[in-house]
Design a protein around this ligand. Structure first.
Ligand SMILES: Cc1cc2nc3c(=O)[nH]c(=O)nc-3n(C[C@H](O)[C@H](O)[C@H](O)COP(=O)(O)OP(=O)(O)OC[C@H]3O[C@@H](n4cnc5c(N)ncnc54)[C@H](O)[C@@H]3O)c2cc1C
Length: 389
């Protein structure tokens, strides 16, 4: 059974903490090692969709998420940049369940962290080395400390230091796009549709808005092409004038919102082609360390949450054979995440109107509800249990 397995998770971001919460829920001992001095997330929003909310509710986080999330309703829509409607955005799974929240990233992180014993979270631990043998694995930190475990999960993000111990390193690829993002008090825009996810598409760029924190804040993101590569950093300060200039002449709803923006962040968008493998012995990769994807389906963290559920289910009844459980995890997860990585790229082409035939783009956007349904209906706990059987 699981109770003697000890798992070390390197990285206390959304993926690492979601994995820790799933493992703890199934009675598996964990320790999370985060390089930052305190756990934290930036002032930006993130979508949580039915495929991951279903799992988080099963481990008891439903009420906590409902307290801080913002419901997203049926007014959600795709528009051309001039404001004309292209189609509705699906906000339910096939059963009609609206399992969707716009979340402030910090609220999401705090909710996940609260599901893990405080004594299991070690901040100020930057991992710098890894080794393993037949008996266990060892991670070393820049503060001179080291930890041993039966399994090490690398949840250390797109620039993972542990990735090279599992697979030959491959560089993240720059998409040529920069995301300007920030939050604005909903009160500043009294006429705004507060429960809507809205996307304006066109002319090589797109803009989206959705509510977070019970609808008190609106999260906006402007995706704009750049000539020079933009760093990946949640804390890089963006130029709000450049952002506003990029969408000058757009639907007045967009320009009115941008007029109220005082400051924003920016983030260079990177992804990676699917890696050949994620696992070596007692080490495996999770979240952006395994499958960074462009944000055009909003699935990066959702897929990391699915990863954590799969690992917990497969390790829970592995009978001590952790290496076989990690191989099963990779075999189950790699095809799914490779598919979502590829579909995220394709959706970016639609959002940025990179089509010769815009009628074709509009038809695809109208049909994208089918793709969304297939993403939302997926039940990783069930899939992992069947895989294990
Ligand atoms: C513009 C934009 C919008 C997005 N919107 C969405 C969305 O709506 N929905 C969604 O699901 N996803 C979205 N994503 C993607 C999502 O943000 C990521 O997929 C997710 O944050 C990945 O989580 P992670 O824990 O794997 O990695 P990270 O969030 O990068 O966390 C990695 C953690 O590891 C720590 N770390 C790194 N190196 C070390 C080390 N050596 N030792 C110890 N700790 C270390 C870091 O400090 C960090 O805390 C978006 C991304 C972008 C850029």
């Amino acid at each position: 059974m699981s109770k003697n397995i000890h798992v070390a998770i390197v990285g206390g971001g959304l993926g690492g903490l979601a994995a820790a919460a799933a493992l703890v829920h199934r009675g598996i001992s964990v320790a999370v090692y985060e390089q930052a001095k305190t756990l934290g997330e930036v002032g930006a929003g993130i979508f949580i969709y039915p495929n991951s909310l279903r799992q988080l509710e099963r481990i008891g986080l439903g009420p906590a998420l409902a307290r801080v999330g913002a419901k997203v309703g049926t007014d959600s829509a795709y528009y051309r940049m001039d404001g004309s409607v292209v189609g509705k955005i699906l906000t339910t799974d096939s059963s009609g369940w609206n399992g969707m929240y716009g979340m402030h990233r910090a609220d999401m992180l705090n909710t996940l962290a609260a599901a893990v014993p405080a004594s299991a979270i070690h901040t100020g631990h930057r991992c710098i080395g890894f080794s393993q043998d037949d008996h266990g694995a060892r991670v070393e930190f820049d503060n001179g400390q080291a930890a041993t475990a039966d399994v090490v999960i690398a949840a250390d993000g797109i620039k993972s230091v542990l990735q090279k111990y599992a697979v030959a390193p491959s560089a993240p690829e720059y998409s040529g796009f920069r995301a300007y993002r920030g939050l604005i008090a909903a009160d500043k825009l009294p006429h705004w549709k507060r429960e809507a996810h809205q996307v304006w598409m066109g002319d090589g760029k797109h803009f989206m808005v959705f509510p977070v924190r019970r609808g008190e804040l609106l999260n906006y993101v402007g995706f704009v092409p750049t000539h020079s590569e933009t760093v990946e950093s949640w804390s890089a300060i963006g130029d709000r004038d450049e952002l506003a200039a990029s969408f000058a002449g757009a639907d007045p709803r967009v320009t009115e919102l941008l007029d109220k923006v005082e400051s924003c962040f920016w983030w260079g968008l990177h992804d990676r082609k699917p890696l050949e493998k994620w696992t070596h012995g007692r080490l495996t990769l999770l979240g952006d360390a395994a499958h960074p994807m462009l944000p055009h389906l909003g699935q990066g963290a959702n897929q990391a949450i699915e990863d954590g559920t799969a690992l917990a289910v497969l390790l829970q009844k592995c009978g001590g054979d952790v290496q076989a459980a990690l191989q099963s995890y990779e075999a189950l997860r790699r095809p799914r995440t490779s598919f979502v990585q590829a579909e995220s790229r394709k959706n970016g082409m639609r959002y940025d109107s990179k089509y010769q035939d815009m009628a074709q783009r509009d038809r695809e956007i109208a049909n994208i509800a089918e793709l969304r349904k297939s993403l939302y209906d997926y039940d990783i706990e069930k899939e992992a249990a069947e895989f294990r059987a």
